[in-house]
Design a protein around this ligand. Structure first.
Ligand code: 5GP
Length: 205
């Protein structure tokens, strides 16, 4: 069986990553979302095991020592990490995986999976970015300002990604992300493995 593909979705808070990811998962059942571990406290409406695995800093650091993470990083003062075991199991089953992680995590993943496909989500303007962060209403002024400063740093890494989606009109952005995943699956390198028998049979007289 061919191995699944690894998609990385990154971009600043307020770019609308979560909405795009949800729409992609609803439209494409072959893509599995990796549920990250974090030391951040759950926001209202978030559930353990669905949005994140919420753990203490102590547990997280023990997992780092144990080599449990494919990548991990500190973002906005909290620790976030991707489970190595889960990724290996799902990829071996031939399923595609989507990681919604920050740019530091993306760099670490590329070291292990050079063929990972990076998708960067941008807001249509600086004003919209700030407005989206403020509209959440779940964060303190200090946290919002920190996220705005981090957004500028995060965006400076856009050139490390294979694809860029400008999230101005959500319907269009959803079509973009679905299209990218489908196009990547149709790449010759992927199809040659998945449909090796067919391609050979079709060449015989
Ligand atoms: P939030 O706290 O808003 O859910 O996420 C904050 C940032 O952490 C986002 O940019 C998100 O992509 C990133 N993030 C979430 N999970 C992971 C992870 O497992 N690894 C890394 N490196 N970043 C993550």
């Amino acid at each position: 069986m061919s191995k699944g593909k690894l998609f990385i979705v990154a971009g600043p808070s307020g770019a609308g990553k979560a909405t795009l990811v949800r729409a992609l998962l609803a439209a494409d059942s072959n893509v599995q979302l990796s549920i990250s571990f974090t030391t951040r406290a759950p926001r209202e409406g978030e559930a353990d095991g669905r949005d994140y695995h919420f753990v203490s800093r102590e547990t997280f650091l023990a997992m780092v020592d144990h080599g449990d993470f494919l990548e991990h990083a500190e973002v906005h003062g909290n620790l976030y990490g991707t489970s190595q075991t889960w990724i290996n199991e799902v990829i071996a089953k031939g399923q595609d995986i989507l990681l919604e992680i920050d740019v530091q995590g993306a760099q670490q993943v590329r070291r292990h999976f050079a063929e990972a496909v990076g998708i960067f989500i941008l807001p249509p303007s600086a004003e919209v970015l700030e407005q989206r962060l403020r509209n959440r209403g779940t964060e303190s002024e200090e946290a919002i300002l920190r996220r705005l400063a981090n957004a500028r740093e995060e965006i400076s890494h856009v050139g490390e990604f294979n694809y860029v989606i400008i999230n101005e009109h959500i319907d269009q952005a959803v079509r973009d992300i679905i299209g990218i995943v489908r196009a990547e699956r149709c790449h010759f390198a992927s199809q040659a493995v998945r449909h090796n028998a067919l391609i050979n049979a079709l060449q015989k007289g």
